[in-house]
Write a protein that binds this ligand. Sequence first.
Ligand code: BDP
Length: 704
Amino acid sequence: DVTTGVHAAWLPPEAFRALGSRRVLVQGAEAGAPAGTVHEEVARACAAYGGRVGRGPGGETGPYDLVLALTGAGSALPEPARAQARSARGTLGDEGFLLARRGGVTVVLADAPAGLLYGLFHVVRLGESAFGGEDGGDGKDGGDGKDDLPAAVHRPALRTRMLDHWDNLDVHPVMGQVERGYAGGSIFWRDGGPRGDLPRVRAYARLLAAVGINAVSVNNVNVHAAETRLLTERLGDVADLADAFRPYGIRLHLSVNFASPVVLGGLPTADPLDGDVRAWWGKAAARVYEAIPDFGGFVVKADSEGQPGPFTYGRSHADGANMLAEALAPFGGEVHWRAFVYDHTQDWRDRSTDRARAAYDHFAPLDGEFAANVVLQVKHGPMDFQTREPVSPVIAAMPATRLAVEFQVTQEYTGQQRHVCYLGPMWSEILGFQPWGGADDGRRTVAALVADPAAGGGLVAVSNVGDDPYWTGHPLAQANLYAFGRLAWAPHADPVALLDEWIDLTFVPLLSRDPAPLRRALHAMMDGSWRTYERYTAPLGVGFMVRPGHHYGPDVDGYEYTPWGTYHYADRDGVGVDRTRATGTGYTGQYPQPWSEVYESQERCPDELLLFFHHVPYGHVLHSGATVVQHIYDTHFAGADEAARTRSHWRELAGAGLVDAALHARVLERLDEQVRCAREWRDQVNAYFLRKSGVPDAHGRHIP
Ligand code: BDP
């Protein structure tokens, strides 16, 4: 991208070619951000590709190939937009848009500016087909109707589509600057203050808007001393960021330190029921809204992994969250209160304190106690963003609480942006999961719960972006950010189709030759990459087995004898965690039927989660027909081979001119590491289980 010097990701100028070569009317730009952004985008594209942009209601006459307008502009619009605006007005909502094509004119209408922006990016995604396709789209259709598109309304399924940054202001001695960041430093902060590259922040906001993200939190949930002051001394810097996000319809949020009244305010307590503490938060919120009138709200990690919280004062998490909610309510702000609460120093003492149980045990009893502007932010699984986990039982347990589900786009446990691991299929499985089973009410999916207009809190994910020129370190990890945004807009979208969209925007517009070989290679590398990663890492849902601390690479017993609560319990006879009610931790009892029974039963439990729920002998036969130990060998050999094939697909693209040479080299360097690391996983896991079990590989393959 010429303006920022970084990779243009899914918005290369060439992706705007179809739009930029047309005659476009943008009506409503004077309404300010983000409608003004639409005009800017169109003007830039037209300047590059020879189109023309009009900005009603001035005397421009047209004719136009594309009309982008607010429905309120009604009578000032040319037909057929005028009639459509009249009938659609007031039906599209804050962020929705209508797209239609009649008589050679493509029309995008929205009730509100954000909708217009999303409509614009939709037209970009469609390319020529927004104008009737490669053949019919000459704009000279003359009204014969052959390239008409019936009016279709597009609305985001979820109201909140949010990214959390785990960015520190400074380089943290252990975590680096971006906690669990694999793409360099923060794009927001540096050396304890603002990074000062607002064009970069704006370019980021633009990428996010193009996939429908509308909220961003700009600092780590572990709020250290410097970040605590973002709320007060550094508010001006936060406001600068908000200014960069605003043109793209994105509201800014801050992670706050629960102990702020003590740390910043000099009060003797942060007790949420203390009058002075409440007053302090009230004033803090008022100051924030003075600086940032459209501020989104606070994100809070409390009583978790060393962060302060209401437990210190004998108060509940509802007390804590509601205090902050009260401070934000007058301004329309929300509290994102995280449910990732467990005792990281105690689980080892007693198996019944199972970490998987913790979020439910803490929060389910509080259902109904949270204020209306509190969103409880729940990690998708009960443990911690593992490659495979069951869906968190908290999601089904709190009907009277607004819930958001949290994903991890940053690949902490899925290859740290050195391994290709396309997470769209995993998220899509989670979103389609039916906590009450499929029989009676197929519509009650996780997606439906977070989308509910009254009770849904939306989707949140930890961002994978840093100051790396490709944004995400591994250039192919851009696809995860893309897919997250698109799934938050349309949770039932097919993740493989989303991969196509991403390929078609990121690579194809730059090609002057047949894109088919590139598409084929990327699909072969990415479609099944999450399952490949699963095959060569921790087996059958048991999780972890990573090196402690940084969590990269294999260490089967790395966490086994620590207090973190993340165990596999392998011994000479068997492996897995007994989480049953009958003989284990009782965790299966946190699920409604039918899952409670399905997970309780060794016979009915899905293979991929068997070791999450059960401790079984090595000879236990899976549904697949393999024994557990043979499955471990087979999948580890297969996974490492698949990683090597992934690299071969990419190597074949070298020299074909299908991707930029520097990008090719960057991906290849990462693939070399993936292949090495996958073999290391294979060898360590296989050797470990061979020695523990004494059972040889049925196929006599080499196990070191
Ligand atoms: C874990 C990360 C840790 C985060 C924590 C969280 O290892 O760095 O602080 O999640 O979500 O996955 O708060």
